[in-house]
Design a protein around this ligand. Structure first.
Ligand SMILES: O=C(O)C[C@H]1C=CC(=O)O1
Ligand SMILES: [Mn+2]
Length: 346
């Protein structure tokens, strides 16, 4: 990807509060079934009319109204719920995490994705991130090349970076079960820590067989589109780890439900991203900070991919983690001039 369209949603109240949410998608319609344009038009035409003139303090009742009247549109719902919770938390004078069960940590570990495909370049990039103390875990996107090419690439990087550096792979559904079995055996033997969504989202039985067969952690990503999916995946033992994404889950509260299902089922947690900018990233961090355990850290690096951000004060990434503000709501100071300058017609 060389460009990204951020979808930002603002809700304003009669008494002067302003809340923000984000519904950013990856690659138009390549990754999921909502696009920036669909989010904008569906909010404007179908969803906002259900919220206008309602009492914005009744966040649960409003989201219930949306669930009853609007099918799908998980990203749009997430953005609206985030904005409502931002307002509510500002009203109460607490960080948003306090409305999501309460904060257990003030920072969230963040890994980095190495995606150049060039082994030497990726090793250099990883080493630079370690030296900067920005990231010390890395995720490699694989699945587009032959199995052996990808495995060699990953294992060469692991070997160069050593035992203290966690290397994971995201296959984005690219492998057949047979291919996965061959590849994961080698990745496990080479000390790789996590295999993300090796099989198609629909093939949960296959994921369960892989999770049973291998000791390396198998993570569910694209197969999790809300609590119902999380329940099914847990029931089938089809993952060792959940990638929790607030937009993919249909909002912060439903994403919290994913984490509860995981906890009850003994499944570990990882904080996922849809490559959101600062708003969705901070909303995600506010949720991930409430998880009892965040064993595999997070990938909340979306804002670091952008050449310019939309904040008056940048997010704080240091000591291999994103630091959470303690100010009310999302805790972000948005630069409205920058947003206006980047804005395009909805
Ligand atoms: O995880 C995905 O499948 C999508 C995307 C988000 C972060 C990243 O590295 O890729
Ligand atoms: Mn993924």
């Amino acid at each position: 990807m060389s460009t990204q369209t951020l979808v930002l949603v603002q809700i304003q109240t009669d008494d002067g509060y302003s809340g923000w949410g984000e519904a950013t998608t990856i690659g138009g319609l390549k990754y999921g079934d909502e696009s920036p344009e669909s989010v904008a038009v569906n909010i404007r035409e179908h969803i906002a009319p259900l919220l206008l003139a309602q009492d914005e303090r009744q966040v649960g009742a409003l989201m219930y109204r949306l669930r009853k009247n609007i099918r799908g549109n998980r990203f749009a719902k997430c953005a609206l719920e985030t904005a409502l919770l931002d307002i509510q938390a500002q009203r109460l004078g607490v960080p948003m995490s306090e409305l999501l069960g309460g904060r257990l940590r003030d920072s969230v570990p963040v890994l980095w994705t190495l995606a150049s495909g060039d082994t030497a370049k990726d090793i250099d990039e990883a080493q630079m991130m370690i030296d900067l103390r920005r990231h010390n875990s890395f995720k490699l996107k694989i699945g587009l090349n032959s199995i052996q090419h990808d495995v060699n690439h990953v294992l060469a990087i692991k070997k160069a970076l050593g035992n203290d550096v966690s290397i994971r792979v995201d296959v984005n559904q690219a492998w057949s079960e047979l291919q996965a079995t061959t590849a994961i055996q080698q990745l496990q033997d080479g000390g790789i820590d996590l295999i993300e969504q090796p099989l198609k989202a629909e093939n949960r039985a296959g994921m369960a067989r892989l999770a049973e067969r291998f000791s390396v952690a198998i993570m569910a990503d694209e197969t999790l589109n809300g609590p119902q999916d999380a329940w099914e995946v847990a029931r089938l033992n089809a993952a060792d780890v959940f990638a929790v994404k607030i937009a993919q889950s249909g909002g912060l509260i439903q994403a919290k439900e994913l984490s509860t299902i995981a906890r009850l089922a003994g499944i570990s947690l990882y904080g996922g991203t849809m490559l959101e900018g600062a708003v969705g990233t901070m909303a995600s961090a506010q949720l991930f900070a409430t998880f009892d355990e965040l064993e595999f850290g997070s990938e909340l690096f979306g804002p670091l991919l952008l050449k310019q951000d939309i904040l008056a004060e940048p997010l704080q990434y240091r000591d291999f983690a994103l630091q959470l503000p303690t100010t009310p709501g999302l805790g972000l100071a948005l630069d409205l001039d920058k947003i206006a300058a980047w804005r395009r017609p909805a």
